[in-house]
Ligand binder design. Structure first.
Ligand SMILES: Nc1ncnc2c1ncn2[C@@H]1O[C@H](COP(=O)(O)OP(=O)(O)O)[C@@H](O)[C@H]1O
Ligand SMILES: [Mg+2]
Length: 168
């Protein structure tokens, strides 16, 4: 089932870094560079930087994998990173598809369908909402302070492993 539309809470934003990307294979690398620069600029604790990197990578990879491309021209999409006064980074990814993400429970051993589970595990809150232009935005608020795991499992450990694999 696609998730229900949910707008991010209207929290004070201290700074925004953004990038317009072409829907192509280099986008995840470029968004990681943007993320690293923003986290450096904001002096974010090193321990949480991989979490923001991974959330941004998963959301951007989903644009490449799950949104249709136009014939004969380059499709572009926008990514924004907002520094929230509540000590979190909001990752926003805007795409041109009106289809909402689907949060699946992957079969044991399945290779895919874990990206949004990781996002859900690392983010304080997340969601997606339609844009007046016809597309949607998917967003996730990742805490900048190390927070205790909410349910016995440690999604940060999963994130470390996935992040390391992606960087290979
Ligand atoms: N930006 C998006 N636009 C449309 N559908 C999406 C988007 N992101 C995710 N989805 C849907 O949600 C599903 C789950 O995404 P995810 O958990 O990242 O797993 P995976 O990408 O491995 O399929 C996808 O298979 C796709 O159907
Ligand atoms: Mg995915």
């Amino acid at each position: 089932m696609p998730i229900a539309a949910k707008r991010p809470p209207a929290l004070p934003i201290l700074d925004r870094q953004h990038l317009r990307l072409v829907v192509t294979g280099t986008a995840p690398r470029l968004v990681r560079a943007l993320t690293d620069q923003a986290l450096h600029l904001w002096r974010a604790p090193r321990a949480v930087r991989p979490d923001v990197r991974l959330v941004a990578t998963e959301l951007v990879t989903n644009v490449l994998q799950h949104t249709p491309r136009s014939e004969g021209r380059l499709d572009v999409f926008d990514v924004a990173l907002d520094l929230l006064a509540s000590s979190a980074v909001r990752v926003l990814v805007f795409d041109m598809s009106s289809d909402m993400p689907i949060c699946r429970t992957p079969a044991p051993g399945a290779e895919g369908s874990r990206g949004l589970l990781v996002v859900r595990g690392l983010a304080r809150d997340w969601g997606a909402f339609p844009l007046p232009s016809g597309g949607k935005a998917v967003w996730a608020d990742v805490p900048l302070a190390v927070e205790a795991p909410r349910d016995g499992t440690d999604p940060r450990m999963v994130a470390r492993v996935l992040g390391a694999v992606r960087d290979l």
